[in-house]
Design a protein around this ligand. Structure first.
Ligand code: Z5A
Length: 219
């Protein structure tokens, strides 16, 4: 049985996940909790190799089924080598994206369908889900604007922008897909507005984490 807590962050591009997972990580450490910060796709050596296959190159280089199987190949490696050992050791794990991203991006965004992804998820992970999922929600245009500023600062070969190159309607479908998934999993999801300053968003997240896990609300 797992002793630690497993928290995932989800949302579209540029919602601030990478920024906010680090803030929550530091906050939990100051509370004396042993935490592992990780990400998907990636989070373990083999999974990081698969990440490169997935996030670089042309938007249409994989058909949806190839793409979903690559995400799950990476996920199984990540779970077995990073997430499950940490949870069993009593550590908390925060991951920047997990399986809800596959349901939203591949299941809804690329039209593979939730039932196909659900079946693969059941076989690959034994239906393993986080204790809590933070969905950061913002207008896609605002999120893409933030992500583009960050990508523009990187050289061409360092850009992981394959998904950001997808057309605008794709990002609106994606936002709705995440909200629908959250609506069907209210026990696990906390939908948090990603608008406002980094500190304002971090405060909203902390209030939810503290309430969910019975931690002191103050900093
Ligand atoms: N994907 C998938 O399709 N299926 C799957 O199963 C999984 C993933 C697991 C890579 O994910 C891609 O993989 C992703 C989905 C797909 N699609 N794309 N692209 P990723 O997590 O590595 O990359 P990402 O989702 O694109 O994340 P991101 O662009 O790195 O955005 P973010 O982490 O949400 O935001 P950020 O890096 O924290 O912030 C972006 C910029 O905005 C940065 O300069 C910040 O300083 C700034 N920022 C952050 N917060 C604020 C606020 N509040 N105000 C102003 N500026 C801010």
């Amino acid at each position: 049985m797992n002793k630690g807590k497993f928290i995932s962050f989800e949302g579209g591009e540029g919602t601030g996940k990478s920024t906010q997972v680090k803030i929550l990580y530091n906050h939990l450490i100051t509370k004396g909790i042993d935490v592992v910060l990780t990400r998907e796709p990636g989070g373990a050596p083999g999974a990081e190799e698969i990440r490169q296959l997935l996030l670089t190159g042309n938007p249409d280089k994989w058909v949806p089924m190839t793409e979903v199987l690559l995400f799950y190949a990476a996920r199984v490696d990540h779970l077995n080598n990073t997430v499950l050992p940490a949870l069993k050791a009593g550590k908390w794990v925060i991951t920047d994206r997990y399986a809800d991203s596959t349901f939203a991006y591949q299941g809804a965004g690329h039209g593979l369908g939730a039932s196909v992804v659900q079946e693969i998820h059941r076989i690959a992970t034994n239906n393993f889900w986080p204790d809590m999922t933070v969905l950061l929600d913002i207008e896609p245009e605002a999120g893409l604007g933030r992500a583009n500023i960050r990508e523009a600062a990187l050289s061409e070969d360092k850009r992981e922008d394959r998904f950001e190159k997808m057309e605008g309607s794709y990002h609106h479908r994606l936002r709705q897909a995440f909200l629908d998934i959250a609506g069907h999993n209210l026990d696990r999801f906390r939908v948090i507005s990603a608008e406002g300053s980094i500190d304002q968003v971090a405060d909203r997240i902390w209030q939810q984490v503290a309430t969910t896990f019975g931690l002191a609300h103050g900093k």
